[in-house]
Design a protein around this ligand. Structure first.
Ligand code: NAD
Length: 410
């Protein structure tokens, strides 16, 4: 299987060709601006010391400070981090946010850490990447394996070093520390909006349309909540241990999950993650990790629409199979952009020290998501391209234009 970086470069190459950009522009766009690998030592609760690898990639700073999540997962490496930082760059440009793109993380399984160990690891990582982050430089946010609590520790570590409180250094932080209303659900809200609009484009009534969601974390759960509120029927969800159908409601399943840590609520039927992908539903939403839809799993997909809640959940071979089957794919850089959009709102509120109510956040999220969806749909019709190609063309062309206007120093 191609690496995540090869896939991302392949998508960029295609956009560069479709936009008729020059070889020089390809060189600039395909090169990350800044890469940092750090050693992160952790003193375990038993007194022993372990070393972990930490990463931060600032793929682009051309359109503004770089922006991107921090992932704690044992499998992350530099190549994947570069690929995800590149996707963030096109995503921020696609949604017209004044940001470049970044990504970072630590190769660690957070479930093996106590809360105190997680805090020490987060703080040490923050102090190692401290010289290159900041509200005007690079603004981290939660991703797989991290949440608002990690952001609070990052904010505190940065602020203690600065000598004053710097809430704008991270987004996705707790509300009392300068977080934004609506940030927790924002990625899922955006996925839900994308799903509704894709159904309408395909002439399917969202009311009662059926959905299967792979992943029941921050993105998968809030997507399910948002879709239920819009009248869709979430018929199956899964986590790393497999999936379930036959639950009463998403709220019911979530209550069981938070109490027992598993999806085995009374009355559910179990299915494997592969069976979930192959369900006869209107919409399939991969909202877990990369490479869920592959040459192996794509042939059995029966959904009419795939909405990518996760980043890079579809391999190029999987993508080709979905396209050949006539399945509409709403690409990651569009579908899951709600998170970075509300992160942007959070940063704006922090800069102004003036905080919006939930309705204002939601109205502005709707507006930016709808604008991006309409632009992608319009360009894809105009160019007879897939939505993924259209989204990349829009994002890449804006970054290329910004490069051109800024010129080359010195
Ligand atoms: P999370 O850690 O909160 O949840 C991940 C979920 O995926 C969990 O339910 C986990 O059990 C499940 N999972 C892990 N491996 C799996 C497997 N092999 N099969 C099925 N399920 C599996 O992470 P998240 O924040 O929800 O992120 C999910 C995806 O969405 C990632 O690709 C992330 O980069 C992307 N994303 C997240 C945000 C955000 O705001 N959190 C924004 C944009 C994109």
């Amino acid at each position: 299987m191609e690496s995540a970086l090869d896939t991302a470069l392949g998508q960029l190459r295609r956009a560069v060709e479709q936009l008729s950009l020059s070889e020089n522009e390809w060189q600039t766009l395909s090169t990350p601006r800044r890469i940092l690998e750090v050693a992160v030592p952790l003193r375990r609760d038993n007194g022993s010391v372990e070393m972990y690898k930490g990463f931060r990639v600032q793929y682009s700073t051309t359109r503004g400070p770089s922006k991107g999540g921090v992932r704690f997962h044992p499998d992350i490496d530099m190549d994947e981090t570069v690929a995800l930082a590149m996707l963030m760059t096109w995503k921020c440009a696609l949604t017209n946010l004044p940001y470049g793109g970044a990504k970072g993380g630590i190769a660690v399984d957070p479930s093996t850490l106590s809360v105190a160990e997680n805090e020490r690891l987060t703080r040490r990582y923050t102090s190692e990447i401290l010289p290159i982050i900041g509200p005007e430089r690079d603004i981290p946010a939660p991703d797989v394996g991290t949440d608002a609590r990690n952001m609070a520790w990052m904010l505190d570590t940065y602020s203690v070093n600065a000598g004053f409180s710097v809430p704008g250094v991270v987004t996705g932080k707790p509300i009392v520390l300068g977080g934004s209303l609506g940030r927790t659900s924002a990625t899922g809200d955006g996925v839900a909006i994308s799903t509704r609009e894709a159904l309408l484009v395909r002439g399917i009534n969202p009311e009662g349309a059926t959905v299967a969601i792979q992943g029941f974390g921050k993105v998968g759960y809030w997507t399910a909540v948002g879709l239920e509120a819009m009248g869709l029927k979430v018929v199956a969800v899964s986590d790393v241990h497999g999936g379930v159908t036959g639950f009463k409601s998403v709220a019911d399943l979530w209550n069981h999950f938070t109490e027992h840590g598993n999806l085995d609520a009374p009355g559910v039927d179990r299915l494997t993650n592969e069976e979930l992908l192959a369900l006869e539903v209107d919409v399939l939403i991969p909202a877990a990790l990369a490479d869920a839809i592959t040459a192996h799993t794509a042939p059995s997909i029966k959904a009419k629409i795939v909405v990518e809640g996760a980043n890079a959940p579809t391999t190029p071979e999987g993508d080709q199979i979905l396209n050949d089957k006539g399945i509409l794919v709403v690409p990651d850089i569009l579908a899951n952009a709600g998170g970075v959009i509300v992160s942007y709102f959070e940063w704006v509120q922090d800069k102004q020290n003036y905080f919006w109510d939930a309705a204002e956040v939601r109205t502005n999220l709707d507006s930016l998501m709808m604008k991006a969806i309409r632009e992608v749909e319009g360009l894809s019709s105009e160019k007879s391209s897939t939505w993924r190609e259209a989204a990349h063309m829009l994002g890449v062309s804006r970054v290329a234009q910004a490069h051109k206007l800024r010129g080359l120093y010195p």
